[in-house]
Design a protein around this ligand. Sequence first.
Ligand SMILES: [Zn+2]
Length: 244
Amino acid sequence: MKLLIALQDFDSRIGHILVQKEEGPKKIQRLEQRLKEVEARLTEEAGQVEALIRERRDTEKKIEDSEIKLNKSNLKLSTIKSNKEYHAALKEIDDLKKAKYLLEEKAIGIMEQLEALDASCAASREQAAEMKRQFDAEKEAVMRSLDRLEHELHTLEEKKLGVARDLDKELLTHYDALRKRKGGIAVSPVVQGVCQTCYLRIPPQEFNELIRGDKLMTCPNCTRIIYWGDDQEYQRQQGDGEPA
Ligand SMILES: [Zn+2]
């Protein structure tokens, strides 16, 4: 029974390390995903800035053109003799002024948009730089922890093999099958009459048998191999098995 408890302890710790080994790379992946998102946003914003700058240049050119036209129309005005032509020219000047005003309004709008976009770009750049730093640091930490976990795993596997060698072959097969079927836990302590894995109260007569400890017993509910967890000797042994 002690061997089985030790085996379960090693297997649980191995399982725990395997889970930990998955966590690091997952965290890295999440960070990388977020970094990519920020970088994509930055690229998109930079594209928007370029488009706005082109539009601003275009608008400024149109304003220049309408100024030239206005000057021409003003010059023409001084040469006109007939009243009818004079009114037509005035109307033309008025229309040109209106069009120029609209273009100037548009230019102001573009400038405002550019200012806002510049601020947003600066924030995104800063965020991307910060995330890159975080990502690099995390990646290094994960690499180090993977090394450590790999080492721990190797040590535990060795110790487990040592225990498994001393265990009865048939019992070992039963243990392995049970562990596979039962989510990694084949051996469960019973503390104050309760199975510590499925939390069923063991009937008193069976609990008494368990305390006597002269045969291998299983939990009537979850069918795991059970042992008397209140037993001082088992508790001491478990305490020794814990990592420092
Ligand atoms: Zn149980």
